[in-house]
Ligand binder design. Structure first.
Ligand code: T3D
Length: 267
C-alpha cells in the first residue's frame, strides 16, 4: 500500500493536513498537488470542520516544486524542448492558491521547518502563519532563474512593504522565523517544541469563533487593497448588512448581554 502524500487528522472541529514527502522535504509533485487539493476540497465541504491547519512531516514544511520531477525539470539532452512552466503554474499552483484563499474556514500554517519557493508562499497564503524557531522562509525562485509564484508577487509587498519584499525576492536568502515574525511576514514564531500545541490552541480558538465573519474579514481585507477608501467603506456596509442578518451576530450579542460564552454555528 502506498503512503498518502497528505496525512489527515481530526481533533474536534480542527482538521490538520500534513504534507507527507519528508525525504524530498515535502516538495510538490503532481501527486502531492492532487492529494492536497482533494483534502482542501473535502475540508471545505465538511460542515463539521471549522478550521484547517497546514503543516509538514519531518524536518521541512515544504521545499516548493520538486526539481527532480521530469515533468518540470529542464531536460539536459541537447535540443530537448523546454518545459512549459506557465502550464505548471496555471494547472497546479494558481488553483491551489485560489482554493486556499477561498476556504470557507480559517487556515493556519504551522511551519515546522524550511519553507522554500512555492512552499514559502503556500504558507504565506494561509490566514495565520505560526512557525517554529528553527523554521525559515526562502524565496528560492531567483536562485534558479524564476520569479516568485504561488501568489508571492502579490503577497510579499502587501505583507512587508515593497522595499523588503523586493530584497527578500531578489536575494532569495534564508529568512529565519524570528526575523519573519519581527518584520510582519508571519503572525508568530514559537519554540519548536511548542509549535504543535500552539497551532492546535490557535486553531481551536478560531474554530470556536464566528467562521463566516472571519472568512469575510480575510476577503474584505484582500479586496480593499485594490479600492479607494470610499469604495472600501461601501463594501464594509454591504458585508456588515449580510453578517447582521446571520445567526452568529444574534448569538454573539445575546451571549454578550447574557454574560455567557457564545456558541457560533454559521459557516
Ligand atoms: O519549476 C516549476 O515547475 C515552476 C514552479 C516553481 C515553484 C517553485 O517552488 S520554484 C523553487 C523550488 N524550490 C527550490 O528551489 C528549493 C530547493 N531546495 C533547497 O534550496 C534546499 O533543499 C533547502 C534550502 C530547501 C533545504 O536545504 P537543506 O540543506 O536543509 O536540505 P538539502 O540537503 O538541500 O535537501 C534534503 C533533500 O531534499 C535532498 O535530497 P537527498 O540528497 O537527501 O536525496 C534534496 O535534493 C531534497 N530536496 C530539497 N528540495 C527539493 C528536493 N528535492 C526536489 N525538489 C526540491 N525542491
Amino acid at each position: 500500500m502506498t503512503e498518502p502524500l497528505v496525512l489527515i487528522r481530526n481533533a474536534g472541529a480542527v482538521r490538520t493536513l500534513s504534507l507527507n514527502r519528508p525525504a524530498a522535504l515535502n516538495s510538490f509533485t503532481s501527486g502531492l498537488h492532487a492529494e492536497l487539493m482533494a483534502a482542501l476540497e473535502a475540508a471545505a465541504n465538511d460542515g463539521g470542520v471549522r478550521c484547517v491547519v497546514l503543516t509538514g512531516e519531518g524536518r521541512a514544511f515544504c521545499a516548493g516544486q520538486d526539481l527532480a520531477d521530469p515533468s518540470v525539470a529542464p531536460d539536459p539532452a541537447p535540443g530537448a524542448a523546454p518545459k512549459d512552466l506557465g502550464h505548471v503554474i496555471s494547472a497546479y499552483y494558481a488553483p491551489l492558491v485560489a482554493r486556499l484563499r477561498s476556504m470557507p474556514v480559517p487556515v493556519v500554517a504551522a511551519v515546522n521547518g524550511v519553507a522554500a519557493g512555492a512552499g514559502a508562499n503556500l504558507a504565506l497564503c494561509c490566514d495565520l502563519v505560526l512557525a517554529g524557531r528553527s523554521a525559515s522562509f526562502i524565496q528560492a525562485f531567483s536562485k534558479i532563474g524564476l520569479v516568485p509564484d504561488t501568489g508571492g508577487t502579490w503577497l510579499l509587498p502587501r505583507l512587508v512593504g515593497p522595499a523588503r519584499a523586493l530584497g527578500i525576492a531578489l536575494l532569495g536568502d534564508k529568512l529565519p522565523a524570528e526575523e519573519a515574525a519581527r518584520i510582519g511576514l508571519i503572525w508568530q514564531c514559537v519554540d519548536d517544541a511548542a509549535l504543535a500545541e500552539a497551532a492546535a490552541a490557535l486553531a481551536s480558538k478560531l474554530a470556536g469563533m464566528p467562521t463566516r465573519a472571519l472568512v469575510a474579514t480575510r476577503q474584505a481585507m484582500a479586496a480593499a487593497q485594490g479600492m479607494d477608501l470610499g469604495t472600501a467603506l461601501a463594501e464594509e456596509a454591504r458585508i456588515q448588512r449580510d453578517l447582521g442578518n446571520a445567526g452568529d451576530y444574534r448569538e454573539g450579542v445575546e451571549a454578550f448581554r447574557a454574560k455567557r460564552a457564545p456558541v457560533f454555528r454559521d459557516r
